[in-house]
Design a protein around this ligand. Structure first.
Ligand code: IPE
Ligand code: IPE
Ligand code: MG
Length: 248
């Protein structure tokens, strides 16, 4: 069994922007701006380290509950970040994808997202997935609805539904599950992120606030991943047997 050194897919809950700003007596919005800069640096750092897919949680389906001022500022920041960064990301071989319920987003933002996906679709150095207006439960419900529609039309036998078929209807269809989940900001929870896909992810939590997260922190998380034994329900001895088989 081949144990890779670098995770194929890293997922990040970028938390702590508001507290970072508060510590500096700045408006929360300043924290979100600083967070965008960190995201840009971490994308490049992951690409250089050979990570294939990076999924960043930018805005959850529950974040709509925040004060409308903050939500509006965040939406404007997303448009601005795309306007400023897509060309450079494209130049660096990054493919951009968005997951989440786009129906509540402005036409302007939706247009920027589609354009970014189109422009970068053939890039292969790193796939950057931005989870925007995303919720793990929304994702599972949408997949269930898709399967139910196929059953209703008589094209699908309910008994034929299995894990793989379900995963194919989720937002991350076609991409490997995250191997490593990083959450900054000190909380130890999933906050309705990729509920299905994180089933076997290694979780790494840090108190570091997202705007302060840097390459050394990323390397700490990657080091932790390197040392871990992933058993997927088996016992250690079975993995050793598989390693010996591989060596033959
Ligand atoms: C994460 O930072 C960014 C978003 C959820 C958009 P927060 O805004 O949640 O920052 P804290 O948790 O209040 O510090
Ligand atoms: C999770 O952070 C969502 C994002 C990072 C986009 P939150 O700050 O919204 O999570 P909770 O509310 O503390 O669980
Ligand atoms: Mg938070």
């Amino acid at each position: 069994m081949n144990v890779p050194d670098i995770p194929a897919h890293v997922a990040v809950i970028m938390d702590g922007n508001g507290r970072w700003a508060k510590q500096r007596t700045l408006p929360r919005q300043a924290g979100h701006r600083a967070g965008v800069k960190t995201a840009r640096r971490i994308v490049e750092a992951c690409a250089r380290r050979g990570v294939g897919v990076l999924t960043l949680f930018a805005f959850s389906s529950e974040n709509w509950r925040r004060p409308s001022r903050e939500v509006g500022a965040l939406m404007r920041l997303f448009v601005e970040a795309l306007d400023r960064q897509v060309d450079e990301l494209h130049g660096n071989g990054v493919r951009l994808m968005f997951i989440g319920d786009r129906s509540g987003l402005s036409d302007t933002l939706q247009a920027r997202m589609t354009a970014a996906e189109e422009t970068t679709r053939d890039n292969t150095r790193l796939t950057l997935v931005i989870a925007l207006a995303y919720g793990g439960r929304w994702d599972i419900v949408a997949a269930t609805r898709a399967l139910a529609r196929e059953v209703a039309t008589g094209r699908l036998d309910p008994e034929a539904i299995d894990d793989a078929m379900f995963a194919d209807r989720l937002a991350l269809a076609g991409l490997p599950d995250p191997d490593l989940l990083i959450r900054t900001g000190g909380d130890h929870r999933i906050s309705n992120f990729l509920l299905w896909n994180l089933a076997y992810a290694e979780c790494w939590f840090t108190d570091r606030l997202w705007p302060d997260f840097d390459e050394q922190d990323l390397d700490k998380a990657l080091d932790r991943f390197r040392g871990v034994e992933r058993r997927y329900g088996r016992i250690s001895e079975q993995l050793e047997d598989a390693l010996e088989d591989d060596a033959c």
